[in-house]
Ligand binder design. Structure first.
Ligand code: FMN
Length: 388
Protein backbone atom coordinates (compact mmCIF):
# COMPACT_ATOMS: atom_id res chain seq x y z
CA UNK A 1 0.00 0.00 0.00
CA UNK A 2 1.17 3.55 -0.52
CA UNK A 3 -0.12 7.05 -0.07
CA UNK A 4 0.72 10.53 -1.21
CA UNK A 5 -0.58 13.86 -0.06
CA UNK A 6 -0.35 17.46 -1.21
CA UNK A 7 -1.58 20.79 0.06
CA UNK A 8 -0.43 23.92 1.83
CA UNK A 9 -1.18 24.97 5.38
CA UNK A 10 -3.38 27.87 4.21
CA UNK A 11 -4.27 26.42 0.81
CA UNK A 12 -7.72 25.32 -0.30
CA UNK A 13 -7.45 21.74 0.94
CA UNK A 14 -5.21 18.79 1.70
CA UNK A 15 -5.41 16.22 -1.09
CA UNK A 16 -4.63 12.54 -0.41
CA UNK A 17 -4.57 9.32 -2.39
CA UNK A 18 -4.19 5.83 -0.90
CA UNK A 19 -3.47 2.97 -3.26
CA UNK A 20 -3.55 -0.73 -2.44
CA UNK A 21 -6.28 -0.86 0.21
CA UNK A 22 -8.11 -4.18 -0.06
CA UNK A 23 -11.74 -4.23 -1.17
CA UNK A 24 -14.61 -4.70 1.29
CA UNK A 25 -12.99 -2.80 4.15
CA UNK A 26 -15.56 -0.73 6.05
CA UNK A 27 -14.68 2.97 6.02
CA UNK A 28 -15.86 4.54 9.24
CA UNK A 29 -15.96 8.28 8.51
CA UNK A 30 -17.22 9.01 12.03
CA UNK A 31 -14.09 7.41 13.48
CA UNK A 32 -11.83 9.23 11.00
CA UNK A 33 -13.43 12.57 11.92
CA UNK A 34 -13.10 11.75 15.62
CA UNK A 35 -9.36 11.12 15.13
CA UNK A 36 -9.07 14.38 13.17
CA UNK A 37 -10.76 16.14 16.08
CA UNK A 38 -8.29 14.55 18.52
CA UNK A 39 -5.39 15.84 16.40
CA UNK A 40 -6.80 19.33 16.74
CA UNK A 41 -7.23 19.02 20.47
CA UNK A 42 -4.96 19.00 23.50
CA UNK A 43 -4.10 21.78 25.89
CA UNK A 44 -1.57 24.26 24.44
CA UNK A 45 -2.74 24.51 20.84
CA UNK A 46 -2.83 27.83 18.99
CA UNK A 47 -5.78 29.91 17.75
CA UNK A 48 -6.00 28.14 14.41
CA UNK A 49 -7.45 24.98 15.92
CA UNK A 50 -10.50 26.97 16.98
CA UNK A 51 -11.18 28.09 13.38
CA UNK A 52 -10.92 24.68 11.79
CA UNK A 53 -12.99 21.54 12.29
CA UNK A 54 -11.35 19.01 10.04
CA UNK A 55 -13.57 16.54 8.22
CA UNK A 56 -12.78 13.94 5.59
CA UNK A 57 -14.45 14.35 2.20
CA UNK A 58 -14.04 11.09 0.26
CA UNK A 59 -13.99 11.30 -3.54
CA UNK A 60 -13.28 7.79 -4.79
CA UNK A 61 -12.56 4.15 -4.07
CA UNK A 62 -15.43 3.75 -1.58
CA UNK A 63 -19.03 2.82 -2.31
CA UNK A 64 -21.83 2.22 0.18
CA UNK A 65 -19.35 2.59 3.05
CA UNK A 66 -16.91 -0.10 1.81
CA UNK A 67 -13.71 0.09 -0.27
CA UNK A 68 -13.93 -1.26 -3.82
CA UNK A 69 -10.20 -1.93 -4.30
CA UNK A 70 -9.76 1.24 -6.40
CA UNK A 71 -7.51 4.07 -5.12
CA UNK A 72 -9.17 5.96 -2.27
CA UNK A 73 -8.89 9.71 -2.67
CA UNK A 74 -10.11 12.35 -0.25
CA UNK A 75 -9.89 16.02 0.64
CA UNK A 76 -9.69 17.74 3.97
CA UNK A 77 -10.83 21.29 3.31
CA UNK A 78 -9.05 24.17 5.03
CA UNK A 79 -11.77 26.25 6.64
CA UNK A 80 -9.29 29.11 7.06
CA UNK A 81 -8.99 29.32 3.25
CA UNK A 82 -11.53 32.18 3.15
CA UNK A 83 -9.04 34.45 4.92
CA UNK A 84 -6.13 33.36 2.71
CA UNK A 85 -7.70 33.16 -0.77
CA UNK A 86 -5.91 36.22 -2.14
CA UNK A 87 -2.58 35.40 -0.55
CA UNK A 88 -2.53 31.70 -1.47
CA UNK A 89 -4.21 31.98 -4.88
CA UNK A 90 -2.56 29.70 -7.46
CA UNK A 91 -3.27 32.30 -10.18
CA UNK A 92 -1.26 35.33 -11.20
CA UNK A 93 -3.66 37.52 -9.22
CA UNK A 94 -2.16 36.27 -5.91
CA UNK A 95 -1.21 38.90 -3.32
CA UNK A 96 2.45 37.99 -2.92
CA UNK A 97 3.34 40.93 -0.67
CA UNK A 98 1.09 41.21 2.35
CA UNK A 99 2.12 37.98 4.12
CA UNK A 100 5.68 37.79 2.82
CA UNK A 101 8.17 36.23 5.25
CA UNK A 102 11.91 36.94 5.05
CA UNK A 103 13.13 36.42 8.64
CA UNK A 104 13.89 32.73 9.13
CA UNK A 105 12.72 30.96 12.28
CA UNK A 106 15.45 28.89 13.94
CA UNK A 107 14.32 25.25 14.04
CA UNK A 108 12.02 25.54 11.03
CA UNK A 109 12.53 24.70 7.35
CA UNK A 110 12.65 28.44 6.48
CA UNK A 111 16.29 29.15 5.58
CA UNK A 112 17.39 25.84 4.02
CA UNK A 113 14.04 25.50 2.22
CA UNK A 114 14.10 28.97 0.64
CA UNK A 115 17.70 28.46 -0.45
CA UNK A 116 17.08 24.95 -1.79
CA UNK A 117 13.98 25.86 -3.82
CA UNK A 118 15.25 29.37 -4.69
CA UNK A 119 12.22 31.09 -3.20
CA UNK A 120 12.00 34.85 -2.66
CA UNK A 121 9.38 34.36 0.05
CA UNK A 122 9.77 31.93 2.97
CA UNK A 123 5.96 31.53 2.90
CA UNK A 124 6.39 29.22 -0.12
CA UNK A 125 8.43 26.93 2.15
CA UNK A 126 6.61 27.11 5.46
CA UNK A 127 3.19 26.50 3.92
CA UNK A 128 4.20 22.97 2.94
CA UNK A 129 6.78 22.26 5.68
CA UNK A 130 4.01 22.94 8.20
CA UNK A 131 2.50 20.10 10.22
CA UNK A 132 -0.91 20.87 8.70
CA UNK A 133 -0.07 17.91 6.46
CA UNK A 134 -0.38 15.59 9.46
CA UNK A 135 -4.20 15.85 9.19
CA UNK A 136 -3.92 13.74 6.03
CA UNK A 137 -1.70 11.22 7.84
CA UNK A 138 -4.22 10.96 10.69
CA UNK A 139 -7.07 10.23 8.27
CA UNK A 140 -4.95 7.58 6.52
CA UNK A 141 -3.80 6.13 9.86
CA UNK A 142 -7.42 5.93 11.06
CA UNK A 143 -8.27 3.79 8.03
CA UNK A 144 -5.25 1.59 8.88
CA UNK A 145 -6.53 1.31 12.48
CA UNK A 146 -9.97 0.17 11.26
CA UNK A 147 -8.27 -2.37 9.01
CA UNK A 148 -6.14 -3.76 11.87
CA UNK A 149 -9.16 -3.90 14.19
CA UNK A 150 -10.76 -6.45 11.85
CA UNK A 151 -7.91 -8.79 12.90
CA UNK A 152 -8.13 -8.00 16.63
CA UNK A 153 -5.15 -5.61 16.52
CA UNK A 154 -5.53 -2.44 18.63
CA UNK A 155 -3.42 0.70 18.30
CA UNK A 156 -3.39 3.14 21.23
CA UNK A 157 -1.29 6.21 21.98
CA UNK A 158 -0.65 8.76 24.70
CA UNK A 159 1.64 11.52 25.98
CA UNK A 160 4.16 10.58 28.69
CA UNK A 161 6.30 13.73 28.97
CA UNK A 162 5.90 17.44 28.30
CA UNK A 163 8.80 19.80 28.86
CA UNK A 164 10.36 17.44 31.43
CA UNK A 165 7.17 16.61 33.38
CA UNK A 166 7.35 12.83 33.07
CA UNK A 167 4.89 10.05 33.97
CA UNK A 168 6.61 8.27 36.88
CA UNK A 169 5.57 4.74 35.83
CA UNK A 170 6.21 2.85 32.59
CA UNK A 171 3.03 2.90 30.50
CA UNK A 172 2.05 -0.62 29.41
CA UNK A 173 -1.71 -0.13 28.96
CA UNK A 174 -3.58 2.87 27.55
CA UNK A 175 -7.24 3.08 28.46
CA UNK A 176 -10.01 4.24 26.09
CA UNK A 177 -10.74 7.10 28.51
CA UNK A 178 -7.31 8.67 27.83
CA UNK A 179 -8.91 11.36 25.64
CA UNK A 180 -10.88 12.73 28.60
CA UNK A 181 -7.49 13.97 29.82
CA UNK A 182 -6.65 17.41 28.28
CA UNK A 183 -3.15 16.22 27.35
CA UNK A 184 -3.95 12.55 26.53
CA UNK A 185 -1.69 11.67 29.47
CA UNK A 186 -2.38 8.58 31.62
CA UNK A 187 -1.11 10.17 34.84
CA UNK A 188 -3.35 12.83 36.50
CA UNK A 189 -0.62 14.19 38.78
CA UNK A 190 1.82 14.62 35.86
CA UNK A 191 -0.95 16.30 33.82
CA UNK A 192 -1.18 19.06 36.43
CA UNK A 193 2.58 19.66 36.21
CA UNK A 194 2.39 19.65 32.40
CA UNK A 195 -0.42 22.21 32.35
CA UNK A 196 1.55 24.42 34.72
CA UNK A 197 4.59 24.22 32.42
CA UNK A 198 2.51 25.05 29.32
CA UNK A 199 0.90 28.07 31.05
CA UNK A 200 4.34 29.29 32.11
CA UNK A 201 5.73 28.77 28.59
CA UNK A 202 2.81 30.78 27.16
CA UNK A 203 3.48 33.66 29.56
CA UNK A 204 7.15 33.67 28.63
CA UNK A 205 6.65 33.42 24.86
CA UNK A 206 8.26 29.97 25.00
CA UNK A 207 7.30 26.61 23.45
CA UNK A 208 7.54 23.02 24.71
CA UNK A 209 8.17 19.54 23.33
CA UNK A 210 7.75 16.14 24.91
CA UNK A 211 7.48 12.38 24.47
CA UNK A 212 4.64 10.32 22.99
CA UNK A 213 4.07 6.58 23.18
CA UNK A 214 2.27 4.12 20.92
CA UNK A 215 1.22 0.59 21.94
CA UNK A 216 0.01 -2.02 19.44
CA UNK A 217 -1.70 -5.09 20.92
CA UNK A 218 -2.65 -8.31 19.19
CA UNK A 219 -0.11 -8.39 16.36
CA UNK A 220 0.93 -12.02 15.74
CA UNK A 221 4.61 -12.96 15.41
CA UNK A 222 6.21 -12.89 11.97
CA UNK A 223 5.12 -9.50 10.60
CA UNK A 224 8.09 -7.65 9.04
CA UNK A 225 11.32 -9.37 8.04
CA UNK A 226 15.03 -9.57 8.83
CA UNK A 227 16.09 -10.26 5.24
CA UNK A 228 16.68 -6.66 4.15
CA UNK A 229 16.77 -3.23 5.81
CA UNK A 230 13.68 -1.93 4.04
CA UNK A 231 11.46 -4.79 5.23
CA UNK A 232 12.29 -4.48 8.93
CA UNK A 233 9.26 -3.46 10.95
CA UNK A 234 11.30 -1.33 13.36
CA UNK A 235 13.04 0.46 10.48
CA UNK A 236 9.70 1.26 8.84
CA UNK A 237 8.12 2.48 12.08
CA UNK A 238 11.13 4.63 13.00
CA UNK A 239 11.37 6.03 9.46
CA UNK A 240 7.71 6.99 9.39
CA UNK A 241 7.85 8.57 12.84
CA UNK A 242 10.95 10.56 11.89
CA UNK A 243 8.96 11.73 8.87
CA UNK A 244 6.60 13.57 11.22
CA UNK A 245 7.47 17.24 11.70
CA UNK A 246 9.47 17.97 14.87
CA UNK A 247 10.03 14.29 15.81
CA UNK A 248 13.72 13.98 16.66
CA UNK A 249 14.13 10.49 18.11
CA UNK A 250 12.41 7.12 18.27
CA UNK A 251 12.78 4.28 20.76
CA UNK A 252 11.49 0.73 20.32
CA UNK A 253 10.87 -0.95 23.68
CA UNK A 254 13.68 -0.22 26.11
CA UNK A 255 15.36 1.95 23.46
CA UNK A 256 18.37 3.98 24.62
CA UNK A 257 18.28 2.33 28.07
CA UNK A 258 19.43 -0.91 26.41
CA UNK A 259 22.83 0.68 25.88
CA UNK A 260 23.46 1.17 29.59
CA UNK A 261 22.34 -2.26 30.84
CA UNK A 262 23.96 -5.72 30.54
CA UNK A 263 22.46 -8.33 28.21
CA UNK A 264 20.78 -10.29 30.99
CA UNK A 265 18.78 -7.19 31.98
CA UNK A 266 17.86 -6.34 28.40
CA UNK A 267 16.86 -9.51 26.55
CA UNK A 268 13.47 -11.09 27.12
CA UNK A 269 13.51 -14.76 28.16
CA UNK A 270 11.40 -17.14 26.09
CA UNK A 271 8.85 -19.59 27.53
CA UNK A 272 6.26 -22.02 26.26
CA UNK A 273 2.95 -22.96 27.76
CA UNK A 274 0.37 -25.31 26.24
CA UNK A 275 -2.33 -22.67 26.72
CA UNK A 276 -0.49 -19.45 25.84
CA UNK A 277 1.92 -20.90 23.29
CA UNK A 278 5.31 -19.16 23.02
CA UNK A 279 5.71 -16.01 25.13
CA UNK A 280 8.41 -13.79 26.63
CA UNK A 281 9.02 -13.16 30.33
CA UNK A 282 9.40 -9.41 29.75
CA UNK A 283 9.03 -7.04 26.81
CA UNK A 284 12.16 -4.87 26.69
CA UNK A 285 12.37 -5.49 22.93
CA UNK A 286 9.07 -3.66 22.49
CA UNK A 287 7.62 -6.58 20.53
CA UNK A 288 10.16 -6.53 17.70
CA UNK A 289 13.18 -8.83 17.25
CA UNK A 290 15.14 -9.05 14.00
CA UNK A 291 12.79 -6.58 12.33
CA UNK A 292 9.78 -8.87 12.97
CA UNK A 293 6.94 -8.82 15.45
CA UNK A 294 7.57 -11.47 18.12
CA UNK A 295 4.00 -11.74 19.45
CA UNK A 296 4.41 -9.27 22.34
CA UNK A 297 2.94 -5.76 22.37
CA UNK A 298 4.69 -3.29 20.06
CA UNK A 299 5.91 -0.40 22.25
CA UNK A 300 7.28 2.71 20.57
CA UNK A 301 8.21 6.13 21.91
CA UNK A 302 9.01 9.30 19.96
CA UNK A 303 10.37 12.61 21.14
CA UNK A 304 9.06 15.92 19.79
CA UNK A 305 11.24 19.00 19.98
CA UNK A 306 9.71 22.31 21.15
CA UNK A 307 7.73 24.19 18.48
CA UNK A 308 10.13 26.45 16.49
CA UNK A 309 7.86 29.52 16.29
CA UNK A 310 8.38 31.53 19.48
CA UNK A 311 6.20 34.49 20.50
CA UNK A 312 9.35 35.77 22.18
CA UNK A 313 11.45 35.24 19.04
CA UNK A 314 15.07 34.14 18.84
CA UNK A 315 17.75 36.07 17.03
CA UNK A 316 17.89 35.44 13.29
CA UNK A 317 18.46 37.23 10.01
CA UNK A 318 16.60 38.47 6.97
CA UNK A 319 17.80 35.61 4.75
CA UNK A 320 17.93 37.83 1.64
CA UNK A 321 19.77 40.90 3.01
CA UNK A 322 21.71 39.11 5.77
CA UNK A 323 20.69 41.83 8.27
CA UNK A 324 20.15 40.76 11.88
CA UNK A 325 16.51 40.64 13.05
CA UNK A 326 14.34 38.71 15.43
CA UNK A 327 12.73 35.64 13.79
CA UNK A 328 9.26 35.94 12.21
CA UNK A 329 6.12 34.95 14.13
CA UNK A 330 3.41 32.84 12.49
CA UNK A 331 0.28 32.01 14.46
CA UNK A 332 1.49 29.02 16.39
CA UNK A 333 0.98 26.34 19.00
CA UNK A 334 2.79 26.59 22.35
CA UNK A 335 2.79 22.82 22.71
CA UNK A 336 1.45 20.27 20.22
CA UNK A 337 2.64 17.07 21.89
CA UNK A 338 -0.93 15.63 22.28
CA UNK A 339 -1.50 16.21 18.55
CA UNK A 340 1.85 14.54 17.84
CA UNK A 341 0.65 11.50 19.83
CA UNK A 342 -2.36 11.18 17.51
CA UNK A 343 -0.11 11.53 14.46
CA UNK A 344 2.37 9.00 15.90
CA UNK A 345 -0.42 6.46 16.51
CA UNK A 346 -1.60 7.02 12.94
CA UNK A 347 1.75 6.56 11.20
CA UNK A 348 2.59 3.50 13.31
CA UNK A 349 -0.84 2.01 12.42
CA UNK A 350 -0.13 2.66 8.75
CA UNK A 351 3.28 0.95 8.86
CA UNK A 352 1.94 -2.06 10.77
CA UNK A 353 -0.97 -2.37 8.32
CA UNK A 354 1.47 -2.18 5.42
CA UNK A 355 3.77 -4.90 6.75
CA UNK A 356 0.69 -6.93 7.69
CA UNK A 357 -0.52 -6.65 4.08
CA UNK A 358 2.89 -7.77 2.87
CA UNK A 359 2.60 -10.95 4.96
CA UNK A 360 -1.11 -11.69 4.48
CA UNK A 361 -1.42 -10.22 1.01
CA UNK A 362 -4.78 -10.22 -0.71
CA UNK A 363 -7.00 -8.01 -2.85
CA UNK A 364 -10.09 -8.36 -0.66
CA UNK A 365 -10.64 -8.48 3.11
CA UNK A 366 -11.95 -12.04 2.69
CA UNK A 367 -8.71 -13.20 1.09
CA UNK A 368 -6.57 -11.53 3.77
CA UNK A 369 -8.70 -13.03 6.57
CA UNK A 370 -8.19 -16.52 5.13
CA UNK A 371 -4.45 -16.03 5.01
CA UNK A 372 -4.44 -14.60 8.57
CA UNK A 373 -6.43 -17.53 9.97
CA UNK A 374 -4.15 -19.98 8.22
CA UNK A 375 -1.15 -18.30 9.90
CA UNK A 376 -2.79 -18.67 13.34
CA UNK A 377 -2.89 -22.41 12.71
CA UNK A 378 0.75 -22.50 11.61
CA UNK A 379 1.83 -20.62 14.77
CA UNK A 380 -0.05 -23.10 16.96
CA UNK A 381 1.46 -26.20 15.39
CA UNK A 382 5.04 -24.86 15.08
CA UNK A 383 6.17 -25.20 18.72
CA UNK A 384 5.33 -28.13 21.02
CA UNK A 385 2.84 -29.74 18.66
CA UNK A 386 -0.76 -28.60 18.71
CA UNK A 387 -2.05 -26.72 21.77
CA UNK A 388 -5.27 -24.89 22.63
C1 FMN B 1 1.17 18.33 15.40
C2 FMN B 1 2.25 19.34 15.15
C3 FMN B 1 1.97 20.69 15.23
C4 FMN B 1 2.97 21.65 15.00
N1 FMN B 1 2.64 22.97 15.10
C5 FMN B 1 3.60 23.90 14.89
C6 FMN B 1 3.31 25.30 15.04
O1 FMN B 1 2.18 25.68 15.35
N2 FMN B 1 4.31 26.18 14.82
C7 FMN B 1 5.58 25.77 14.46
O2 FMN B 1 6.45 26.59 14.29
N3 FMN B 1 5.88 24.47 14.33
C8 FMN B 1 4.94 23.53 14.53
N4 FMN B 1 5.26 22.19 14.40
C9 FMN B 1 6.65 21.79 14.09
C10 FMN B 1 7.13 22.17 12.70
O3 FMN B 1 6.20 21.77 11.71
C11 FMN B 1 8.50 21.53 12.41
O4 FMN B 1 9.36 21.78 13.49
C12 FMN B 1 9.08 22.13 11.14
O5 FMN B 1 8.31 21.71 10.03
C13 FMN B 1 10.56 21.74 10.89
O6 FMN B 1 10.71 20.36 10.78
P1 FMN B 1 11.63 19.52 11.78
O7 FMN B 1 11.30 19.99 13.16
O8 FMN B 1 11.24 18.10 11.57
O9 FMN B 1 13.06 19.80 11.45
C14 FMN B 1 4.28 21.23 14.66
C15 FMN B 1 4.57 19.86 14.57
C16 FMN B 1 3.57 18.91 14.82
C17 FMN B 1 3.88 17.43 14.73
Amino acid sequence: MRFLNAGESHGKALVSIIEGLPSNLKIDTQFINYMLELRQGGYGRGGRMKIEKDKIDIFSGVRGGYTTGAPVSFLIWNNDWENWQKIMSTGEDADLESKKVTRARPGHADYAGALKYQQKDIRNVLERASARETASKVAIGSIAMSFLKEFGIQVSFCVTNIGGAQCPEKVLEISDTIFENPLYCPCEKTTKDMIHLIDKAKEEGESLGGIVQVIVKGLPPGVGSYVNYDRKLDSKIAGSLMGVQAIKGVEIGMGFEAGINPGSKVHDEIFFDKKKGVFHGSNNAGGIEGGMSNGEDIIVKAVMKPIPTLYNPLQSIDIYSGEAYEAAIERSDICAVPAAAVVAGSVVAWEIANSFMEKFAGDSMEEIKNSFENWQGIIKSFTGGSHE
